[in-house]
Design a protein around this ligand. Sequence first.
Ligand SMILES: NC(=O)c1ccc[n+]([C@@H]2O[C@H](COP(=O)([O-])OP(=O)(O)OC[C@H]3O[C@@H](n4cnc5c(N)ncnc54)[C@H](O)[C@@H]3O)[C@@H](O)[C@H]2O)c1
Length: 307
Amino acid sequence: MDIKRAVVTGGAGFIGSHIVDTLTAKGAEVLVIDDLSSGKRDNLPANVCLETLDVRADGVIPLMKEFRPDTVFHLAAQMDVRRSVDDPLFDCHVNVFGTVNVLTASLESGAQRFVMASTGGAMYGDVDIIPTPETVLPLPISPYGISKLCGERYVGYFNDNGLPGTVCRFGNVYGPRQDPHGEAGVVAIFGSRLLNGEPCTIFGDGTQVRDYIHVSDVASAFLAAAERPGGVFNIGTKVGTSVNELYAILADEAGVTDGPVYAPARKGELQLSTLDPGLAERTLGWKAKIGIEDGLRSYIRWLRENR
Ligand SMILES: NC(=O)c1ccc[n+]([C@@H]2O[C@H](COP(=O)([O-])OP(=O)(O)OC[C@H]3O[C@@H](n4cnc5c(N)ncnc54)[C@H](O)[C@@H]3O)[C@@H](O)[C@H]2O)c1
């Protein structure tokens, strides 16, 4: 089914704006709902309609009923793990109540598909099976992971009750327009510091491994997920990259020969997390295309031209 009218919540943010670009390139009419708490109008093409609104607001249901989307991409979220620890109630309001509000609006406006952005790292936590498949029981320990899991379960509930829905659990997303405060902020922080000639700090010994995925691969996964509603999919590369390796590639592309500065490890940080994307590859026909080295080097080139 072609997407003709789509709502993208959080569409003015890093990942959401790339989904908006992909949808508009395919000729879809897009309505972005974003409170601009971290997103920017400038991330969006001028012809895309932006409603500056909190996803928890009463206005979401009448707005979406008027727009009548066929597909809804839900990315608006409180996504700062540390903030979720400091203020679990706020995190729950945005990520649980906000998600149920958007699901209700989607159902009432006659949408036929719903795709939600979720997280791999915060969902599975410290597990023995690496790369981690979706069959591993999620036991999140942070309020952020818990609220995302709750949102996922609501997507499942609505899926069984009239609104076909899919969940995409991302690895650490990086690429153009990334804000240094996001979950994978390390790429953006290091990138801008390296180009500014400032030192970069690595917390711990830099051997922490994550599954970094380029934002254009995430956008294509979202579109593929909308085609095949139902289920929960890991969207990752299976490839682990340590912070030391990541720094070495970014520094090399930036032309910096100095090493990083090391500081004490942060309490509670995961040591190893990669996602097994096999289910998405088999079911959605989706596979990440951009390797980590090419992706990081192209990000530095983008940053050089756009900062
Ligand atoms: N960046 C990552 O590595 C990563 C990894 C896993 C999951 N995710 C998920 O992907 C989604 C998008 O993340 P991102 O990296 O693009 O972050 P982002 O901060 O750039 O985007 C989030 C957008 O949501 C908007 N927003 C926040 N709260 C809102 C509210 N209450 N009402 C309306 N709009 C609101 C923000 O203004 C922003 O534009 C989130 O759901 C996040 O949990 C991101």
